[in-house]
Design a binder for this molecule. Structure first.
Ligand code: C2E
Ligand code: CA
Ligand code: CA
Length: 415
């Protein structure tokens, strides 16, 4: 078991480490240490790429400089892999610890518990073993093959790139307004690699602009091949780092100018440090001036996104799926979504809720005044070759969906 201990006080890390090692009868514990939340996130990111050293358990202090325990909770809540166990340690009072428990439970994390300092490592280990037994008894989910070790430079080419498209629906009319392109890499005979694995690798290898160019070209070819698609917008994901390349910005503008009948939109995943930089702001301004609207993706994930909205004329903001998918049962998430929609309305920015999985959530979003929705309730990402069929089917069933009759979303497989 790989265990990451996060505390800014060396003697506490040392104490937990010694206790763990003294209880480690099978000698299979590997201990990692970090002195802050930010340093822990780096270790977690590195370990998720390095398959052999995946962290199984994080034991984290709540109050630290440079990224507190909450930033680790936030990080785990927004990563696809929710299997990492988390134990929080703190000298805060019991009410604060209860609040933390509620927050963590709301995020559906693999939560071991909150422990007051000085912690009882024995009790903590007991809880982890109990969690593990429960997990072993649960049936294995049917997950496509994922591969941890591969060479991104070799894999990232036109032949291995496989695009899926997920519809964006206007809530008021039920009309399809566009599609978001979601990339997968195809390992021949060995399933798909999903973006949460290959995007960090591409970024690290400096290949993220190349990835976007490949995605943009393949998606535009799809739109040109089936001209009926031109009535729908085409949203391509980019990360803020890509805005630093002038050559890349000019490439996108060139593609847009030679395909003016395609309604291209860019979904920007922001990185807090990047987006305020002068060069990034200038790149965004250049894209917007050239008629390419920008959608601010994953809104709500980062704490300080609100002040961005009045600086940059975004076309839309997308509320992150982690807040949306359970808003009918999670009052904290509901409050975040409600506040975001109210803010967007005030600033006259369209708001898209992603991760709509049930009619209950859809109905709630309607009452909150959300403009657009996206999610498994309507469709998982669709293979390009099935897109026109899906549109036909959807349009036929639209009346039924909006009349709230017996619409059963058809989810054959999640791509
Ligand atoms: P995103 O832009 O927030 O995309 C939405 C993700 O949520 C997609 O995962 C999609 O399959 C999934 N999803 C859609 N509806 C639902 C739902 O109802 N419930 C749940 N639980 N999930 C839903 P995917 O395709 O694995 O993409 C993950 C992230 O990878 C994307 O998040 C996006 O940020 C990034 N990404 C995907 N394709 C590209 C790309 O071509 N370029 C770049 N730079 N990033 C990409
Ligand atoms: Ca997106
Ligand atoms: Ca998102």
């Amino acid at each position: 078991m790989n265990i990451l201990i996060v505390d800014d006080q060396a003697f506490i890390r040392e104490y937990i480490k010694n206790e763990l090692l003294s209880l480690n009868y099978d000698h299979n514990f590997k201990i990692f240490e970090a002195t802050s939340g930010n340093a822990a996130i780096e270790v977690l990111e590195e370990s998720s790429i390095d398959g052999g050293n995946c962290i199984d358990l994080v034991i984290a202090d709540l109050k630290m400089d440079n990224g507190d325990g909450l930033s680790i909770i936030n990080h785990l809540a927004t990563s696809r892999d929710k299997s990492i166990s988390l134990a929080i340690i703190s000298s805060s009072d019991i009410r604060t610890l209860e609040l933390i428990s509620n927050i963590v439970n709301g995020f559906n994390l693999n939560f071991v518990g909150v422990y007051q300092k000085p912690i009882d490592v024995n009790a903590l280990l007991d809880n982890i073993l109990k969690n593990q037994n429960d997990k072993e008894l649960a049936p294995e989910p049917d997950v496509p093959v994922l591969c941890n070790e591969y060479n991104i430079t070799e894999l990232l080419n036109e032949d291995n790139l496989f695009l899926c498209y997920q519809p964006k629906i206007e809530i008021a009319s039920g009309d399809i307004i566009g599609f978001e392109v979601l990339a997968r890499l195809c390992l021949k005979g060995d399933g798909f690699i999903y973006p949460d694995k290959f995007i960090p690798l591409a970024e690290r290898a400096g290949l993220n602009c190349q990835l976007t160019k490949l995605v943009l070209n393949q998606a535009i070819s799809q739109w040109l091949l089936f001209p009926a698609l031109k009535s729908y917008s085409l949203s391509v994901n980019i990360s803020a780092g890509e805005l630093m390349s002038v050559e890349f910005i000019n490439y996108i503008i060139g593609k847009h100018n030679s395909n003016t009948d395609i309604k291209l939109m860019l979904e920007l995943t922001e990185s807090q440090d990047m987006i305020n930089q002068e060069q990034t702001l200038q790149a965004l301004a250049k894209l917007i001036i050239n008629g390419i609207p920008i959608s601010l993706d994953d809104f709500g994930k980062s704490y300080s996104t609100f002040d961005r909205l009045d600086n940059i004329p975004f076309e839309e903001i997308k509320i992150d799926k982690d807040f949306v998918c359970d808003l009918d049962s999670n009052s904290q998430h509901l409050a975040i979504v409600e506040a975001t929609i109210a803010l967007a309305q005030k600033l006259k920015v369209n708001v898209v809720a992603e991760g709509v999985e049930t009619i209950g959530v859809l109905e709630k979003l309607k009452t909150l005044g959300c403009d657009r929705v996206q999610g498994y309730y309507f469709s998982p990402p669709i293979e390009g070759r099935h897109l026109l069929n899906w549109i036909d089917e959807y349009n036929k069933q639209k009346e039924a969906i909006y009349a709230k009759t017996n619409y059963k979303p058809k989810i054959n497989r999640v791509l």
